[in-house]
Design a protein around this ligand. Structure first.
Ligand code: FAD
Length: 415
């Protein structure tokens, strides 16, 4: 039986971030993934500013290498379209000017396939001699022993670890069976994603587009441009609404592309590449206990996806990094008790909690199509509101304003 201080299950963004942060601190670890990279992951492929900020905290050189990579497409903003089809372009920072006169210092983020992004992180892992990377290794049992956990893979190989970081995504059996967190339809989303070639009418600055079509609320249809004329196109919706409205997401996506008055024109020349794939999004709209005796959950395994935007890569990286920092101090103190590990929960929710809470409130607000329409309509004529929305990507305090009734009253009076 092998021994390690830290064993990480899953080498997606959350697990990779944990291993890279541990390596940065000189702590050896083992990281195992059931897939062999490069591998696909169903996702919108949108890497927001949060992903960049989180990677920067681990090592700015990683961000610099990502920025220089040929597979990312710079995205300079977001287009929000309301249920009444009013759309609002929000540049990535205050002062952004869609005429091209604004200063373009740093993109809001990137769009790049998860096949390439996750493989980029694997290449970063390979640069670190402290990390033992196991690919094609599925961990299927966990046994708590007196002084650690023994994990067993599907070939029967056992490894003993002082501490586990569980980062094996939305369908984690550890999350369900050991941490006791179960799926609740009102705190869970489902999404489907397709790749298309030749979608017309994309924004010249590669804005990502979120279309809050009336029958999808509280969810949306997205078009995210990718390099080489491709686009990631998808639909995401709250599982509760999917059940109550009996929605079939794949059919819904195809129906929008073929029959919607706006999209049927934009997709006239478009060609579907490959199939339409679906996956779950465990939302952080409720606080959970995400650590216990000798373990921490990170990323989707910890239910940390933003309930409004559906973003989870940035929160995955943040939580993976915090898990590594917490593991380092637990190892120093030789204390892995549930009480000690609870410091992880406190830190994750200190950093991500306020934003998750606000996004949940915004998710609830967008159920009122008339309010959403009004806001977008006013925003398209009101520079102040556009700037506010633009700042919203960086500043939680600005997002707070959006959840206060007084904000809407002022907007309606001042328009
Ligand atoms: C349709 C859709 C669209 C989305 N769009 C976006 C978006 O545009 N931007 C964004 O930021 N987020 C988006 N998300 C969310 C994002 O995909 C996730 O939040 C993110 O992948 C979480 O990273 P993770 O490392 O926690 O998990 P994952 O990326 O799921 O990685 C988990 C890893 O664990 C491995 N694994 C699983 N089980 C085992 C096991 N038993 N043993 C070993 N390895 C195992 C898997 O192979 C995988 O590599 C979207 C999600 C969906 C479903």
């Amino acid at each position: 039986m092998k021994n390690t201080k830290v064993f990480i299950v899953g080498a997606g963004p959350a697990g990779a971030a944990a291993s890279l942060q541990l390596a940065k601190m000189g702590i050896a670890c083992v990281i195992a993934d059931k897939a062999v990279f490069p591998r696909d992951k169903v996702c919108g492929d949108g890497l927001s500013g949060k992903v960049i900020a989180a990677l920067n905290r681990i090592d700015p050189e990683i961000t610099a290498r990502l920025h220089a990579s040929p597979f990312t497409l710079n995205s300079w903003g977001v287009t929000f379209a309301s249920p009444g089809r009013h759309s609002l372009d929000v540049g990535c920072y205050p002062g952004y000017d869609s005429t091209g006169d604004g200063i373009r210092e740093k993109p809001m983020g990137y769009v790049c396939t998860r096949l390439e992004f996750d493989n980029f992180l694997i290449e970063e892992i390979k640069r670190c001699p402290q990390i033992e990377l196991l690919q094609g290794v599925c961990i299927d049992t966990y046994e708590r022993v007196e002084d650690g956990y023994i994990v067993t893979d599907d070939t029967g190989i056992k490894t003993k670890a002082d501490i586990l970081i569980i980062a094996n995504g939305a369908h984690s059996s550890f999350t369900r069976e050991i941490a006791g967190i179960t799926m609740e339809p009102k705190h869970y989303m489902a999404g489907v994603r397709a790749y298309y070639q030749n979608v017309q009418g994309n924004h010249p600055d590669n804005f990502i587009e979120l279309h809050f079509l009336k029958h999808l609320l509280p969810g949306y249809f997205w078009v995210f441009p990718l390099p080489s004329g491709r686009a990631n196109v998808g639909v995401g919706m709250l599982s509760e609404a999917i059940r109550s409205k009996k929605i079939h997401l794949k059919k819904t996506l195809l129906d929008i592309v073929k029959n919607d008055p706006v999209f049927k024109e934009r997709f006239k020349e478009a060609e579907l590449i490959g199939g339409i794939e679906g996956y779950g999004l465990p939302l952080g709209s409720k606080r959970r206990k995400i650590s216990g005796d000798r373990y921490m959950l990170a990323g989707d395994a910890a239910y940390l996806i933003d309930p409004f935007t559906g973003e989870g890569i940035g929160n995955g990286i943040y939580s993976g990094r915090i898990a590594a920092l917490t593991a380092a101090s637990a190892l120093k103190e030789n204390n892995f008790s549930a009480k000690r590990m609870a410091a992880y929960d406190a830190e994750v929710y200190r950093i991500l909690g306020p934003e998750l809470k606000l996004s949940y409130r915004i998710q609830q607000l967008v159920r009122f199509p008339w309010l959403f329409d009004k806001l977008i309509k006013i925003g398209s004529r009101n520079k102040q509101l556009r700037e506010l929305l633009s700042g919203m990507f960086y500043e939680v305090n600005l997002r707070k304003k959006l959840t206060k009734p007084s904000f809407y009253v002022r907007m309606l009076l001042n328009r």
